[in-house]
Write a protein that binds this ligand. Structure first.
Ligand code: ATP
Length: 489
């Protein structure tokens, strides 16, 4: 990317962050105390948007698939869970400090950035070789040579411009706390770093109580916590975030078939949300985690580059086997079709609700010239927009507010509606554009005479006259999840 282009992109992210704060989507956490790094709060419209996204994900998993059911496991889990999953021993990131700027970085991210520079310069072979070398050193936990690699590649701190690096150290990303009043080692528990383990430990509970037959899936939405070394890029990398994960349990040997199926399905899901194909990228992993036999990321072209929004992993039987070993309880399923007991293999789809939110916000943020003036609006698909319609009486008199209130009363049980009577109609339209409301419904003097209103469409700013009796049907049609589901194919 050329330098001016890169600056424009960074400015775009800044504009989006400022917009999110100004118009009630996302605020820094505990802002009156100057915030807490990498922790954010969602405002009124942000909460609505996030809830819509979570509901869409939940329903597309559990309602569109007869063989997927949900759970809501606790954030705290028995500490042995994290021993079995490998998080206690190896959920680490390599951390390095620049001695001049005193800034801390993830060594692997610095090296990946360098590889991306080679890639952008067209030297794909060099980029690949660098990533491979890093992968080998990380696997061997050879942090000394990893540091030498950074020096050899002339990786410098963006702030100080020097390569005056400390030793690289491993840093465990789990937050720990104590249960009960006596603080000793045995009372240490963790805030879950992923929601998946709450699904694995409940595998047999769910299979038996919901009478599921392999293949079947368990879906969950919930908070996860990671003590990220470098928190960057707004809500892209947070220390407290929300995951939406689905584990699909399959017969051993069939996993790659289902992996392919889920990779295709999830890609279609993102497109059905209105994300253009050219902004989405499938990134197959060359280097696999120890528990996976296939893995890919679905990436979106954020203003700061192509980055992961969702991961799809074929996790083999690693997790269930580990829990079987540590708990000494069999995690087997009897498959009547093949008359056999086995520990199922697992395909995982894992998406961050906050990253999905950021993708939707970046994709919706639109700046346009209209009549010589800049117009900013959020182009959310109506089904996901925080507010579906604003009901606006033209003036505060002549019975127009009462008529408008009647319309609100008729729509509010099925749609998130705003009623607003202050300021000029033009200003009120602008305000709704800024929060992404797809329809503004104006009540004027003609409404009193013939029970019609004008609908103003956000994206085109076109207006049309329609009978009040048609409003409910029109909104239902435009804002229903069914449309999005159908686009998923
Ligand atoms: P990254 O490489 O960006 O750190 P990851 O590969 O560690 O991500 P996973 O462990 O696969 O991520 O987690 C699954 C999903 O959870 C990610 O695709 C992302 O959407 C979300 N996620 C992970 N870490 C964070 C975070 N710190 N903040 C927000 N979302 C996150």
């Amino acid at each position: 990317m050329a330098k001016t282009e890169a600056t424009q992109e960074t400015n775009l992210l800044k504009d989006i962050i400022a917009h999110a704060k100004e118009y009630g989507f996302v605020y820094p956490s505990s802002e009156i105390y100057d915030g807490l790094q990498a922790v954010y709060d969602y405002g009124p419209y942000g909460t609505e948007l996030k809830n819509n996204l979570k509901r869409l994900w939940w329903e597309s998993m559990t309602r569109l698939h007869e063989n997927i059911v949900g759970v809501d496991a606790a954030i705290f889990m028995h500490p042995t869970t994290w021993k079995a999953s490998g998080h206690v021993d190896s959920f680490n990131d390599p951390m390095v400090d620049n001695k001049d700027s005193k800034k801390r970085y993830r060594a692997d991210v610095l090296i990946e950035d360098k590889a991306a520079q080679y890639e952008q310069a067209g030297d794909l072979a060099k980029a690949k070789a660098l990533l491979e070398e890093m992968g080998k050193l990380l696997d061997a936990e050879d942090l000394k040579t990893l540091r030498e690699l950074m020096i050899r590649e002339e990786i410098t701190c963006p702030l100080s411009g020097t390569a005056n690096w400390t030793e690289i150290r491993q840093f465990n990303l789990m937050f720990s706390t104590q249960v009960g009043s006596v603080a000793d080692d045995s009372s240490t528990i963790y805030l879950r770093p992923e929601t998946a383990q709450g699904i694995f430990v409940n595998f047999l509970n769910v299979q038996k109580t919901a009478r599921m037959k392999v293949p079947f899936g368990i879906a969950q939405i919930g908070k996860a916590f990671r003590n990220e070394i470098v928190a960057r890029q707004f809500i892209f990398r947070m220390r407290e975030f929300e995951q939406m994960e689905m584990q699909y349990f399959v017969r051993p040997g069939t996993e790659l078939e289902y992996y392919k199926e889920w990779a295709d399905k999830r890609m279609k899901w993102h497109r059905a949300l209105g994300i253009p194909s050219e902004k989405l990228r499938r990134h197959d992993h060359d280097k696999l985690a120890h528990y996976a036999n296939a893995a890919l990321d679905i990436e979106y072209e954020f203003p700061f580059g192509n980055k992961e929004v969702e991961g799809i992993h074929s996790r083999t039987d690693f997790d269930l086997m580990a829990h079987q070993k540590y708990s000494k309880k069999k995690q087997q399923y009897f498959d009547p079709e093949v008359n056999q007991n086995y520990v199922p293999y697992v395909i995982e789809t894992s998406i961050g609700a906050d990253r999905l939110f950021l993708m939707m916000l970046c994709n919706a943020y639109t700046e346009e010239e209209l009549g010589g003036k800049k117009r900013v609006y959020l182009k959310f698909p109506p089904a996901l927009a925080p507010v579906k319609a604003a009901i606006l009486p033209l003036v505060k008199k002549d019975g127009l507010p009462d008529k408008a209130r009647e319309i609100v009363a008729n729509l509010k049980y099925d749609f998130n509606i705003i009623y607003e009577e202050a300021a000029s109609i033009g200003k009120r339209y602008t305000r709704q554009d800024l929060i992404g409301t797809p329809y503004c419904i104006a009540v004027d003097h003609q409404t009193i005479e013939d029970d019609t209103v004008t609908i103003r469409h956000r994206d085109t700013t076109e207006q049309e006259r329609v009978p009040i009796t048609e409003l409910h049907g029109r909104l239902s049609e435009a804002c229903s999840f069914k449309r999005v589901f159908e686009a998923m194919g």
